[in-house]
Design a binder for this molecule. Sequence first.
Ligand code: ATP
Ligand code: MG
Length: 331
Amino acid sequence: MKIAVVEGDGIGKEVIPAAIEVLDVLALPVEKVPVELGYAKWEKTGSAITDDDLAVLKECDCILFGAITTPSDPTYKSVLLTIRKELDMYANIRPIKPINGIVGVTGRSDFNLVIVRENTEGMYSGIEELHEDVAYTKRVITRKGSARIADYACKLAKSRQHRLEIAHKSNVLKSDRLFLDVCRQTASSYHIDHHDTLVDSMAYNLIVHPNRYDVVVTTNLFGDILSDMAAALVGGLGLVPSANIGKGHAFFEPVHGSAPDIAGKGIANPIAAILSLKMMLEWYELNHQAKLVQDAIEFAINQNIVTPDLGGISTTREVGNTIAERVKQLI
Ligand code: ATP
Ligand code: MG
């Protein structure tokens, strides 16, 4: 196992060390390769990510990533977009599953779903024109791009409840007719129970009836919005992990950003980062270790050893230590 470790900026520098502490107690045969990327590096060197950095990332199996501040300076090239593109990470995965002991804004915890977002095309294809009085963004949906995300979503649904929900806007967007058709065909070929919903209706249903869904597949922009919204179902940004999956590589990161408002205070919740580590363990098919990490997180929450965002008084370090110590006991 060769893992690139990118702390990045802001609270990335606090939550990733907590996740690494947990990884270390698992005593796996891991080679960790620290890689410095991000805004702080850009300020120092004029480059947030170099070709050499990319070469190192490509040599590793996967990346554990904290967060990077993206300034609005137009000369700054987004590190995340560069990595996604270079490593062709086409699937963005966000499990939306309640953690025992915590309820989100809706107060319910009877759901367990995963949002699978296409990560390379759609509204974020980068084909844009900016003129004085008009601006265009081309929404590109390809059969190939749709087929590979549909395939990923169907395989995932097969390992879960065998249900696929396709979120789209094909009544208005012709490009989504292609997406919808390909998803339907793929689901049929996998013998998966599939259904589709217009994305606006999906936004409502996700909050009101989250228990209706197992795997939700959608295009890039819709997935971006739905998955942030769904994070509210499980109790906030400090708790939600994500994965970006490509053919040979994967990239695991908490959904939250670098949170400059609380950076350096030692109070960032490390659970989203530790759950990102858990997703990494699952990617390596280390399901037993992944379960230990989940149990240890629930232990810390039950002991009320949690950071202020969850109403506690513990620090990032204390939460990380508690989870790591618990994993050690459970091994
Ligand atoms: P960025 O530009 O890097 O995305 P941001 O200002 O958008 O940074 P986010 O990290 O997206 O900040 O977080 C939004 C808010 O949620 C912040 O005010 C932050 O305090 C809070 N938050 C985010 N992550 C955590 C965390 N792990 N623990 C506690 N609070 C968090
Ligand atoms: Mg943000």
